[in-house]
Design a protein around this ligand. Structure first.
Ligand SMILES: [Zn+2]
Length: 250
């Protein structure tokens, strides 16, 4: 959300009754270094500010903030199938993907450099949100989410996929050995920084995994979180906020 006067998310799109949105860092009430629209509850920000920000973001999308399903993300590949919002914070499981076949249950993923992945098969009425950093890419959290969607009646050929703002393959520098280890599992993730050193392109890896599963309708955010002053970047700022990706069905 660019500025509080704009009651709209930074990027939103729709496909056959499925909706996808990614926030940026503006339009919230959090103080430095979480300014402004931090949606992450576990990064040291004032919980009241996060709650206000979540209400603002949901309201701008026409969603009830109390219905939004969040995750306790741990860089794994476990998936939770949900039928409604969690009762309270202690019920939120340690998973990196959530899937639902219920309408009126928006799913959300938090990131600051990792790749947020939103998936929807509007025909089957099945959606998923996933958190794919480097470990999640290697572990296969996105294929696990697609598998869980398929078990609920989705078909990969009908799935629309959106990846959100994330650190790009020309910025995400890693040691040579780490690049090799990731590329051994997902060759498309092999990358090089703009200054010529080894790098990993998580988003490219996620798209390759989706392509291999038959998910052809794929879209990617143009923003690199590390390069963009409008997005949170853990690599750039260390102590910072989290942006959110939301997916829901009419
Ligand atoms: Zn970049």
């Amino acid at each position: 959300m660019i500025g509080p006067q704009h009651a709209a998310p930074a990027a939103e799109s729709s496909a056959g009754g499925a909706h996808f949105a990614f926030t940026d860092r503006w339009g919230g009430v959090s103080a430095v270094p979480y300014e402004e629209l931090n949606l992450g509850g576990a990064v040291g920000d004032d919980p009241a500010a996060v709650s206000t920000n979540r209400a603002r973001a949901a309201g701008a999308l026409g969603l009830d903030p109390a219905r939004v399903v969040w995750m306790n993300q741990v860089h794994g590949r476990d998936v939770a199938v949900v039928e409604g919002p969690w009762g309270d914070a202690s019920e939120i499981p340690a998973v990196d993907a959530v899937v639902t076949a219920r309408r009126g249950v928006p799913l959300a993923v938090l990131t600051a450099d990792c790749t947020p992945v939103l998936l929807a098969d509007p025909v089957a009425g099945v959606i998923a949100a996933a958190h794919a950093g480097r470990p999640g890419l290697v572990a296969g959290v996105v294929p696990a989410a697609v598998e869980a969607m398929t078990a609920l009646g989705a078909e990969p050929s009908r799935i629309t996929a959106h990846t959100g703002p994330a650190v790009c393959g020309r910025c995400y520098e890693v040691p040579e050995r780490m690049r090799a280890e990731v590329a051994e599992v997902v060759p498309a993730s092999w990358s090089e920084t703009s200054w010529g050193t080894p790098a990993v392109d998580v988003t490219a890896g996620v798209h390759a995994q989706l392509e291999a599963l038959g998910v052809g309708d794929r879209h990617s955010s143009p923003y690199c979180t590390l390069e963009s002053g409008d997005h949170f970047s853990y690599r750039r700022d260390r102590t910072t906020g989290r942006l959110a990706g939301y997916v829901w069905l009419d």
